[in-house]
Write a protein that binds this ligand. Structure first.
Ligand SMILES: [Zn+2]
Length: 418
């Protein structure tokens, strides 16, 4: 044995001791051998047809952001029927139910979002085509809701016991202008300071999202007196200011790593071709997984807008003519859960134990809020394969989708250990 080999041997032995000392609580590999846990995991596969039926039923109840109430009532009914304790609806419409363990802590929250991006009146009937389901929202996030319910169902049926307590939540307001209002309410009010670990089941496939891409969205409105294009010529123009602002914004430099972006997505205003407009508006979004980079691009954009207004007014010698208001219409905090944190390692270990492959990734999900608050959080997929999320042509391939339910169950149980 060479000296370096001997050293490696010592290091391995020490790390084995360290691992044993840390893992006083059972690992996913231990838990999967527990007869009740094994029964729940086997049950998840056996009852996948029921899970699919639930997925379709939830999806056929329209639930645009801010109008999740009817779908929420159905989840409330199912939570009660399955025997969760203390089933309740909070002020904003999140539906909660407790799977009570030996102690209140650790307190794990497993959530899936109720809302969809589709407006009222969208046809939500789900069509089956062999193994594939077609319907708006069928993957994002009806799959998450179905896996949430299936986890409760199989854990209850198998009488799985956990040392901590798990609260299952069907939450409102994940999408678009919902702006994470459901989880913000959970963390700021409903379960304030009571959540030790958070998992969102959002979308499809098997993956672990541990990096939160944050975003700021603004609606910027430029205003002035407006007037006749000929008669009032010489007056500062709100659209002139907006044009200057956009030109400056397009020149802003952002880091490639972490990827940081900005976009002017919509503009509008004015009344006629021969009027100096009294108003011009634009909507823009900016994103980064790094809070400092997000704050920096935000500050640069604000400065570009203010400078543009000053320049437009100066051009016509009329200080103060054009004014601007900046309305923050979306604020998703950036953050991350470290790769070496117990919750991420658990997420990957659970996949390995079940024989699946999970990759780490980044995204903008309900976990943004806990990550920004430094509460251990990840977002996982509900299995199967989703396509064209957020489009009317969204579909979900149910092939081996039971893997997602097994994954959620073992993860929930392993996070509810001391
Ligand atoms: Zn989603």
């Amino acid at each position: 044995m060479s000296r370096s080999m001997a050293l490696i041997g010592v290091v391995l032995a020490l790390s084995a001791v360290g691992a044993r000392a840390q893992s006083a609580s059972p690992t996913p590999a231990d838990l999967v051998k527990d007869p009740a846990v094994k029964a729940a995991i086997d049950g998840a596969k056996a009852t996948e047809p029921q899970t699919i039926e639930d997925q379709i039923r939830f999806c056929e109840i329209p639930a645009p952001s801010f109008k999740e109430e009817v779908r929420g009532r159905e989840l409330q009914r199912v939570f009660q029927q399955l025997g969760l304790q203390n089933v309740r609806v909070d002020k904003v419409g999140n539906v909660l139910g407790d799977y009570t363990g030996a102690a209140p802590r650790p307190h794990v929250v497993i959530a899936a979002h109720l809302d969809t991006v589709f407006p009222e009146g969208t046809a939500v009937k789900v069509k089956r085509e062999g193994a594939v389901l077609h319907g708006p929202g069928i993957g994002d996030d009806c799959r998450g809701l179905a896996v949430l319910v299936a986890s409760v169902r199989e854990m209850k049926k198998a009488k799985v016991q956990v040392p901590g307590t798990i609260t299952f939540v069907a939450n409102v307001g994940e999408e678009g202008l919902g702006d994470l209002r459901g989880v913000k309410e959970l963390f700021n009010t409903t379960l304030k300071d009571q959540i030790d670990r958070f998992v969102s089941i959002d979308g499809t496939g098997i993956h672990v999202t541990n990096v939160a891409v944050g975003s700021h969205r603004y609606r910027i409105t430029f205003k002035g007196p407006g007037g006749h294009s000929f008669g009032a010529f010489g007056m500062a123009n709100p659209m002139g200011a907006m044009g200057r602002a956009i030109a400056k914004i397009q020149e802003i430099q952002v880091p490639k790593q972490p990827k940081t972006t900005f976009n002017v997505g919509r503009i509008g205003g004015g009344t006629s071709v021969n009027s100096i407009p009294f108003e011009g508006w634009m909507e823009l979004d900016m994103r980064s997984s790094d809070p400092a980079s997000l704050a920096a691009v935000d500050a640069n954009i604000q400065k570009a807008i203010d400078t543009a207004v000053t320049e437009e007014n100066a051009r016509w010698g009329k200080p103060g003519t054009i004014t601007v208001t900046k309305e923050l219409v979306g604020d998703r905090p950036a953050g991350s859960t470290p790769e070496n944190s117990p919750i991420v390692r658990n997420g990957l270990a659970v996949a390995t134990v079940l024989g699946f492959n999970a990759n780490l990734g980044e995204g903008s999900t309900d976990s943004n809020t806990p990550m920004s608050l430094k509460v251990p959080a990840i977002t996982i997929g509900g299995g199967g394969r989703g396509r064209e999320a957020h489009a009317l042509t969204e579909s979900f391939d149910t092939t081996d989708a039971w893997q997602g339910t097994q994954y959620a169950i073992l993860l929930a149980v392993s996070l509810a250990q001391k």
